[in-house]
Ligand binder design. Sequence first.
Ligand code: ADP
Length: 270
Amino acid sequence: MGDNSKKIEDYLITSEPYYEPVGNEISIFESAYQNQLPVLLKGPTGCGKTRFMEHMSWRLKRPLITVSCHDDLTASDLVGRYLISGSETVWIDGPLARAVRAGAICYLDEIVEARKDTTVVIHPLCDDRRVLPIEKVGELLEAPDDFCMAISYNPGYQSILKDLKQSTRQRFVALEFDYPSEELEQKIIENETSVDSTTSAMLVKFAHMTRNLKGNGLDEGASTRLLVHAAKLISSGVDPVAACNSAISEAITDDPEMLQAVNELSSSLF
Ligand code: ADP
């Protein structure tokens, strides 16, 4: 996240992050970027949103400042604050102000998790004004053309408290992400790890079984991320059933009966 000991150049991504496009998301993002439109990535956890942002940052040659939002994150954490340094107080830009000043890409991951005052500060940046008011120093920071705002949101966690308001979401070009098709997901697993195609096919099959249980005892099925984790364990010699248990089943549920049911599915496959 916005670490002030890091120079802005350190946020540049110089070697291509491996990303398998699922549709036309790369060209839509590029057009949104060229038109200074902010982007909203929707989709479940672990389906490639962060990797996509890394890939786009590399493509557009702009630094990427990512903030993982959590329920204690306030507007000041994003914009900045005064800190005491010796006998003086100095203003320290938060990650959002840094990204605006540098014309970087600012990616707020899971925005609905953050405190409500954070959406207030992003609003004027996400419409025609493209400004960030820094009230504490009386500065109105104008975003340069190369600044880009992107946020992510998981509609699966929807609740009245944690929903993205229309006044926020209607500022963004929205890209929908989902788990890749079977073939593509297998390809991703094989590229990210060194498992063979038989193993990757089994993992994808297992993932589909868990995804079918969504809403029937599971909040969320196994994501691509978890399949990659299990595949990594398998490639370093862990038995596939044990790998699926630790990397996938235990990660998606704590319910003993559900765990048993999910583990039976993986034992039947491997
Ligand atoms: P999210 O940000 O949606 O939670 P990530 O981008 O962290 O998910 O994706 C989790 C992992 O899944 C990545 O580290 C990568 O290994 C893999 N992955 C998922 N989708 C893709 C994709 N389209 N191309 C390449 N890797 C992918």
